[in-house]
Design a protein around this ligand. Structure first.
Ligand code: UDP
Length: 320
């Protein structure tokens, strides 16, 4: 297929591009390079420098395309609470621009980066897609709103979609094809790595009074190459006539923040300086996935998401 990957120079997007190229797809990247890295742009893909807030640039980029994978979003939970306008404009208005342009040009397939943040603070710790959605941060709200729009664009415009609710994306391509570091990362593992290489003196663990065994938050960490594989499978599913769906992507296994720090210390053989601070606004205590539906619908099975592969593949990119 001819696939437009919006945000294809970003951290997850570049891994998706790698997997699409491996599967023989023709890829055009559309990225405004706000967080995308030039070294993440695969030479075998076409590159268009553009912004999703620019409708005419989007419409031009969609010409001749069969499917869109959209990963160009703001993704920092804490920032979304402090600066909601940035998230409303990029994540909601920007995505609506894409859907409207797709409807106009006649592109029928859409794969959307959604998030476990749509669930908020669920009553159960293992979450399937039928769990009630009730975001407790603005970032999660933007993702849920787009899922709701997608239902309507399917009904009214015939755009078939898969919304992939990522749990915590981590790791780097095990073959070393993606080497771009995230700038000013706000997520846990890149911050741990920046401490490990001395780019920052120490890190903060946000809260140690959560109702979890060690008091720190538990998340479901999924390797980015496993996420990428799910996108390629989602395209094949849509191309084969599959109906629109929302799917969790996680391992079902949770790890605490402290466990992530300690496992990194063990594997790297060096200390990660850390201190415990206040809780970060908008953080649920535990988020882990039930991803049986993605297995059933897409035949998707994570193969890189053990902690050792996650941490060592990331370390190889930071330690150079
Ligand atoms: N976290 C932390 N210190 C940091 C960054 C993150 O303690 O410097 C915690 C955060 O509070 C959450 C977990 O690590 O419990 C994962 O956070 P991240 O931002 O990576 O992903 P999120 O789950 O918010 O999407």
């Amino acid at each position: 297929m001819r696939v437009l990957v919006i945000g294809g120079a970003g951290y997850i997007g570049s891994h998706v591009v790698a997997d699409l190229l491996r599967a023989g797809h023709q890829v055009r990247i559309f990225d405004n390079m706000s967080t995308g890295r030039p070294e993440n742009i695969f030479p075998d893909a076409e590159f268009v420098h553009g912004d999703i807030l620019n409708v005419s640039a989007l419409t031009t980029a969609l010409t001749g395309v069969d499917a869109v994978i959209h990963l160009a979003a703001k993704k920092a939970v804490g920032e979304s609470m402090a600066d909601p306008a940035k998230y409303a404009i990029n994540n909601i208005s920007g995505t609506l621009n894409i859907l409207n342009a797709m409807a106009e040009v006649g592109v029928r397939y859409f794969v959307f980066s959604s998030s476990a943040a749509v669930y908020g603070m669920p009553d159960v710790s293992v979450i399937d897609e039928t769990c009630p959605t009730n975001p407790i941060n603005f970032y999660g709200f933007t993702k849920l709103e787009i899922e709701r729009f997608l239902g309507w664009y399917d009904r009214l415009k015939g755009i078939r979609f898969i919304a992939l609710r990522y749990f915590n994306a981590v790791g780097y391509d095990v073959d070393g094809r993606v080497r771009g570091l995230e700038q000013n990362p706000q997520n846990l593992l890149p911050i741990i790595m920046e401490v490990a290489v001395g780019m920052r003196p120490k890190m903060c663990i946000f809260g140690r009074d959560y109702p979890t065994p060690d008091g720190t938050c538990i998340r479901d960490y999924i390797h980015v190459s496993d996420l990428a594989d799910a996108h390629t499978r989602a395209l094949a599913y849509l191309e084969n006539g599959g109906e629109s769906r929302i799917l969790n992507l996680g391992t079902g296994q949770g790890h605490s923040v402290l466990a992530m720090v300690q496992e990194t210390e063990r594997l790297l053989g060096r200390p990660i300086a850390h201190e415990f601070t206040e809780r970060r606004p908008g953080d649920p205590a535990i988020l882990t996935a039930r991803a049986d539906e993605a297995r059933r619908v897409l035949g998707w099975v994570p193969t890189h998401s053990d902690l050792e592969t996650i941490i060592t593949s990331t370390w190889r990119v930071y330690h150079r």
